[in-house]
Write a protein that binds this ligand. Structure first.
Ligand code: C5P
Length: 238
């Protein structure tokens, strides 16, 4: 099931490899975030790729265009399939990232990575956003940043389930929307720290191209069984 990405939010490379091995062939890819990457480094990403996993390298680059371009170049070198940056870094930064992704892939003879943008962190509420100088409603800011990402040549955005439909409407069918915050139905009833959630099939119906699921799979007694239940739910909606 290509649409299901599993967040490898674990503290060791060995456990990450074990989970990826257990889930290979069943899920569409695995997500390596800043904690695992900071402790295990690019060798882990290369190892996952060599073992046959598609890797979403979730490092949310946000810096001056030249630095982000170099980081994207290095990320492509690890074999990552999906890479992200912060849309609030602006169009020149995102354009530099897109160019670097294409150039690095061409140089290495690989397919270009999917480059996507984080719009507004889902941990931000209206007062927190306002304090950073942004006065418009969060959803308007999210959609505006998604449009900027698309204009800069990025292939998609990360968005909460509640934002998916508005982004899909603004950016059209070809734009990838990657949605975490998946709970309920086959993803189980434990919310953890996720506040605004949707079930797997519900999120896809709302327009998600990919869903990211962490704890409902990686903290389950049988991670593969938990992933299979989600895949069954997704297959029933196709
Ligand atoms: O365990 P859980 O399913 O909540 O994991 C969701 C994953 O998606 C985590 O890696 C989390 O950091 C990430 N994420 C998120 N909300 C965002 C962006 C990323 O939950 N807005």
């Amino acid at each position: 099931m290509d649409k299901l990405l599993v967040a490898l939010d674990v503290d060791s490379g060995a456990r990450a490899m074990e989970l990826a091995t257990a889930l290979r062939g069943l899920v569409g890819g695995v997500k390596v975030g800043s904690r695992l990457f900071t402790s295990e480094g690019p060798a882990l990403v290369r190892g996952l790729v060599e073992a046959g996993s598609r890797v979403f390298l979730d490092l949310k680059f946000h810096d001056i265009p030249n630095t982000v371009a170099q980081a994207v170049d290095a990320a492509v070198g690890t074999g990552a399939w999906m890479i992200n940056v912060h849309a609030s870094g602006g169009v020149p930064m995102m354009e530099a990232a897109a160019r670097a992704g294409r150039d690095a892939a061409a140089r290495l003879g690989r397919p270009a990575p999917l480059l996507i943008a984080v719009t507004v962190l889902t941990s931000m509420d209206q007062p927190t956003l306002h304090a950073t100088g942004v006065d418009r409603p969060i959803i308007d800011h999210v959609v505006a940043l998604a449009r900027l990402a698309q204009a800069a040549g990025l292939q998609g955005v990360v968005a909460s389930p509640q934002e998916t439909a508005a982004i899909r409407q603004a950016c059209g069918d070809g734009f990838a929307i990657v949605t975490p915050g998946i709970r309920g139905a086959a993803a189980g009833s434990r919310k953890d720290d996720q506040a605004r959630t949707m079930g797997p099939a519900e999120a896809v119906r709302a327009g998600a191209s990919f869903i990211v699921v962490g704890r409902p799979i990686i903290a389950a007694p049988e991670p593969r069984g938990a992933a299979e239940a989600i895949v069954r739910e997704l297959n029933q909606t196709q």
